[in-house]
Every structure is written in C-alpha cells, then in structure tokens.
Design a protein around this ligand. Sequence first.
Ligand code: DX5
Ligand code: ZN
Length: 213
Amino acid sequence: MLVAPSVLSADFGNLERDVKAICDAGCDLVHVDVMDGHFVPNLTIGPVVVSAIAKAATKPLDIHLMVENNTFFVDLFAPLKPGYISFHIEEEKNPHRLVQYIRSLGIKPAIVLNPHTPAEAVEYLLNDVDMVLVMSVNPGFGGQSFIPTVVEKIKRLKALRDMINPDCLIEIDGGVSDKNIAMLKEAGVDVCVAGSYVFKHDSYETAISNLHI
Ligand code: DX5
Ligand code: ZN
C-alpha cells in the first residue's frame, strides 16, 4: 500500500515544516487538494501555495483537482511538475482528451470518481490512465466518515482494472485510518490518501507505517 498524506489537514502556518515532516516520515506521495468553491463547497489553495508545497516536498505531488474548468487548472499546476494530476469525471465533458493532454505535459493522468459514480464510468479510460481515485467521502472537506458502499465499487473497479490495465493504480480518499486500511487493501486499493488520520497522530512516522501494509 502506498501512502499519500493529504496536506489539507496540515498546519498551514507551518506548511513547509509539515510537508518536510511527512516526507521524512516515509510517505510515498504528497496529496494536494485543490478546491475552487464551485465544484465543491470549499476553497483551498492555488499555484502560489502549491509551489511552496512542491519546494518543500521530497516526494512527488499527487494533485487532486476538485474544480470546474479542469484544463485551466491543469495549465496552472503543470509547471510544478507534479507526479499525478487527477480530475473528477463528473465535471469533464471530454475526459479522454484531458487524460491525453495531461500525459502530453509529462504528468501521470488520474481520474476521480465521486461516491455516486459507478466503477464502469472509467471502463473505456482505464487503458489511458495511471490511477483511478475513488472518493470514499463527498469531496470538499477533511475529517468526514468513510462511506462503506464504496468497498463494493473498489472490488468492481479492481476486476475491470485487472482485465484492462493491471498497471493502473487504485487510490482511495476520505475517512481512511488504521481501522479500515486492511479491509481496503483486501478490496484492491493500492494507494491510500489520509489527511486527519496522519496529521492528528502524535507521530507521522507511526501513522504512515500503520497504513503501509
Ligand atoms: C476531501 C479531500 C481529501 C481529504 C481527506 O475532499 O479530497 O483528500 O483531505 O481527509 P481525511 O483523510 O481526513 O478524510
Ligand atoms: Zn483529495
């Protein structure tokens, strides 16, 4: 299991310290939640702050766009050379084109599914993406409860992924902790995002190693 702590739960007054600390504590990716106040009822950070995160990080950024006008935001963040950029399929009229565009910028493309969106929505995109991110909360806020019906979706997605593109990773985001990580791994998750669980823990190292199963 790869671990991607979500910086949304970091102390923004000490962002550099916290980003360095999760990287030193052994995380695999640094998950960055970009919200525009339109696609989701919350507003987070733009390129000025994300570039400060990129400067502090020693692990690749995993930028999760929760925005309208995806292409505009891809162009804003591409110069920071993130490892992944993911966008919500619910907000994109031409997801296949955007996947190709992200790849043409030298960034790994990923697609996000909201809790109500079926696994089959990505069936004909699986060949072209490096990761599918399954939301296990409604996007917008850290610290929400895990939605259990998502486990069934992960299993369906894993079956499709194994058949179509075994190299594509399955990532989960929302309500992840040491309590449900074993069950998520069993269902087929390869990468977990964890915000409040990691940043509220006394030791980032212990929290990350508890998820590294
Ligand atoms: C929610 C974000 C998540 C969030 C996860 O919209 O995409 O990345 O920070 O936070 P936790 O792990 O606290 O549910
Ligand atoms: Zn996220």
